[in-house]
Design a protein around this ligand. Structure first.
Ligand code: KG4
Ligand code: ZN
Length: 328
């Protein structure tokens, strides 16, 4: 049995976790920066990097102490090395390098997207490769065929906004604050999803990619027209987004070798309406539907530690660079 320290700092969550190869999260800490970024209506990279720098070292110390874990007894230190906001990624990766050097422990530089892609296997020992993954968050919007550790086939990506970003922008237009996804979902429950005619960008296209910029502009026009209730706009937006997701998935599934399971990850996986639609999509096709517990869906360090567990035995040089862009 091995134990890995995971570090995550690529966006606005500072997180550290200790995870074992037999899928135990021994200790974990996470601090969100929502309060710092809320006045600006979105994540400010410089503020994020400073907050990571202040919080990460005490957080790692707390996790190690809670677990009674000695640095030199770790089997690896895994840190997000990209993609993400470069200042934050550097804070986490440099911390990991320093600890790896001090404890003479292997460093594993993890692609944040790989962390999301493999996290369902931390929660579910029965989830074998291959599976299809819908990764939908504020920064990511992809459909992947996960074929093994390090083997990911990207079937679809967004040509403009990520799905969570579309929720956040809709929330901003409706004056609901940041982060907006949960607020839009709450308001949508009181509205009529058929009330406001909104476009479904790329629906019907033969390529499975996503696009949400046109939908966001249509939401803005609907709001500015003054002819609709906010709840109806929220419900109609959510319905349009959901229709896009299901249509895009259907196209992606036409083009791939069969997989036994559909997995969803990323913050938008919290949305009950979207989850319900994905469940039906999976049921219609005889697929197992897997949604990891929410704390594992959103950005966290346990998924980075787990990616390290999956990669145990490998190591990266201490001069490896942080990468703002790093496609899987
Ligand atoms: O994975 P995550 O915590 O961070 C990254 O963006 O990587 O995802 C956060 C995103 C935000 O855009 C947020 O608005 C969205 O997930 N989100 C939701 C819901 N909860 C969070 N979107 C729709 N419905 C929700 N209930
Ligand atoms: Zn993420």
């Amino acid at each position: 049995m091995g134990i890995v320290l995971g570090i995550e700092s690529s966006c606005d969550e500072t997180a550290a976790a200790l995870v074992t190869t037999d899928r135990r999260i021994v200790a974990q800490r996470i601090a969100s920066q929502d309060a710092e970024h809320a006045p600006y209506g979105g994540v400010v990279p410089e503020i994020a990097a400073r907050a990571h720098a202040e919080r990460l070292a005490p957080m790692i110390a707390a996790v190690m102490e809670e677990a009674g874990q000695d640095l030199s007894d770790l089997d690896a230190i895994a840190a997000t090395a990209g993609p993400g906001l470069i200042g934050g990624v550097m804070v986490g990766l440099v911390s990991a390098k320093a600890l790896a050097m001090a404890g003479d422990v292997p460093l594993i530089a993890v692609n944040h997207l790989e962390g999301h892609a493999l996290s369902p296997r931390l929660a579910d020992a029965d989830l074998a490769f291959p599976y299809a993954l819908l990764l939908v968050s504020g920064g990511h919007c992809q459909i992947l065929r996960v074929e093994g550790v390090g083997q990911y086939r990207r079937l679809a990506t967004t040509i403009d906004d990520a799905l969570g970003e579309a929720f956040d922008k809709t929330a901003k237009i409706l004056g609901l604050g940041f982060p907006g996804g949960p607020a839009v979902e709450r308001l949508a429950r009181e509205g009529d999803p058929g009330a406001v005619p909104l476009p479904r960008p790329l629906v019907g296209s033969g390529e499975p990619h996503f696009s949400f910029a046109g939908l966001k502009s249509a939401v803005l026009r609907a709001k500015e027209s003054g002819r609709h209730r906010d709840a109806d706009i929220a419900a109609s937006f959510q319905q349009a987004a959901l229709d896009c997701v299901v249509d895009r998935l259907a196209v992606a599934f036409e083009g791939i070798a069969p997989v036994p399971a559909l997995v969803v990850a990323g913050g938008v996986a919290a949305n009950q309406a979207i989850r319900g639609a994905l469940e039906s999509f999976a049921a219609e096709r005889g697929l197992r539907f897997v949604a990891p517990p929410l704390p594992l869906c959103t950005d966290n360090a346990a998924m980075i530690a787990w990616a390290g567990c999956e990669r145990l035995g490998q190591s990266d040089p201490l001069d490896i660079a942080a990468r703002p862009r790093w496609p899987l």
